[in-house]
Design a protein around this ligand. Structure first.
Ligand code: TRP
Ligand code: SF4
Length: 331
């Protein structure tokens, strides 16, 4: 039986955090068992918003590799690669750029939102507007059937499907596959301030944080603001520590904490300490493997290079078909 193909990418625009592990990575790991998976570091995409300072890109790339392997992505099962090591991504991006109507890009919600929210640098660039075209090229090169992404990426997937159809109609050759988004059923992990966990909000628990740093961050979480003294009764529903418990603590115990909080039987400090313990337990195996790969970055780089060579074979084959369809093939 032929396995369906999965492809997804992660931008190397910063260190990965707990939200990335729970929201994406664990899901990617699970998919290795039933699909043929391609996962890559989107380092060119990271440049689209960080072109002014690329000093950390290489470091971020290895950091992503370390975290991937620690989380359980397995190079024997999945192809783990780096976008910039597979130049076919750029070639298909150029060719798709020739047929992409500008209004399709100008209406992207993520584009408009970022243009509005990011004011400290000029994002009125060709590359930033073309971001979703590059993403479409990433996906189309591998003829992926399924693309695990978050809610915010659905419109990019829709654009990819549009481009697939547009290409087929223009050149009367069916080269690509229309990919479907695959949304994971994950509980949303808030940041330590209650907003979405994000490196840009300064509220993230990083996968590279030491146990001590993680615990410090947890102890600093603001709890129910009405609960000032130990004998004040609390409301877990407005408490961010409780939101974490719902993810890292057993359902039974979460219930107990709920009523203990409402009756002021448990204090916030103890409640947080219990969370640090559960988090440490949950992260134990990951931390161990992370330390292993952190000490073997050469090995991690080698895995990414080998994966990229494998990916390039697939990408080159598709690109050959594209050039054929476009009547520019000289190979
Ligand atoms: N845009 C994606 C994100 O920010 C990253 C990405 C780049 C991607 N290329 C991709 C995801 C291709 C899936 C498929 O999360
Ligand atoms: Fe939050 Fe726990 Fe304090 Fe209740 S006891 S307010 S759930 S930290």
């Amino acid at each position: 039986m032929i396995k369906e193909r999965v492809l997804s990418g992660m931008q190397s625009s910063g260190r990965l955090h707990l939200g990335n592990l729970l929201g994406a990575l664990e899901n990617w790991v699970a998919m290795q068992e039933s699909y043929e998976c391609f996962y890559f570091v989107a380092d060119w995409h990271a440049i689209s918003t960080n072109y002014q300072d690329t000093s950390e890109l290489r470091q971020n790339m290895v950091d992503i590799g370390v975290n991937w392997l620690a989380a359980g992505l397995n190079p024997e099962k999945s192809t783990l690669f780096v976008q910039s090591l597979v130049p076919q991504h750029a070639v298909l991006y150029v060719l798709l750029g020739m047929i992409t109507p500008l209004p399709w890009l100008e209406r992207m919600v993520s584009y408009k939102e970022k243009m509005e929210n990011i004011k400290d640098r000029n994002l009125y660039t060709h590359g930033f507007l073309g971001y979703p075209v590059l993403q479409a090229a990433d996906i189309m090169l591998y003829k992926a059937n399924l693309v695990p992404v978050g809610q915010d990426q659905l419109q990019h997937l829709e654009l990819t499907r549009d481009l697939v159809r547009h290409f087929h109609e223009l050149y009367k050759k069916k080269v690509f596959v229309e990919p479907k988004a695959k949304m994971a059923k994950v509980k949303k992990l808030p940041g330590i301030d209650g907003r979405k966990m994000s490196k840009s909000y300064n509220n993230a628990i990083f996968l590279s944080d030491s146990k001590k740093d993680r615990n410090k961050k947890i102890m600093s979480i603001v709890t129910d603001p009405q609960r000032v003294r130990r004998d004040d009764k609390g409301n877990p529903d407005v408490c961010n520590v409780y939101a974490f418990h719902k993810i890292f603590t057993s359902a039974q115990r979460v219930k107990e904490i709920d009523s203990a909080c409402r009756d002021a039987f448990i204090g916030c400090v103890d409640c947080k300490k219990e969370l640090t313990k559960n988090l440490a337990e949950r992260m134990g195996p990951f931390d161990e493997k992370r330390a292993y790969f952190e000490a073997r970055k050469d090995e991690v780089n080698e895995i990414l290079r080998e994966g990229s060579a494998k990916a390039e074979k697939v990408a080159a084959k598709t690109l050959g078909e594209v050039e054929n369809a476009l009547n520019i093939s000289v190979r």
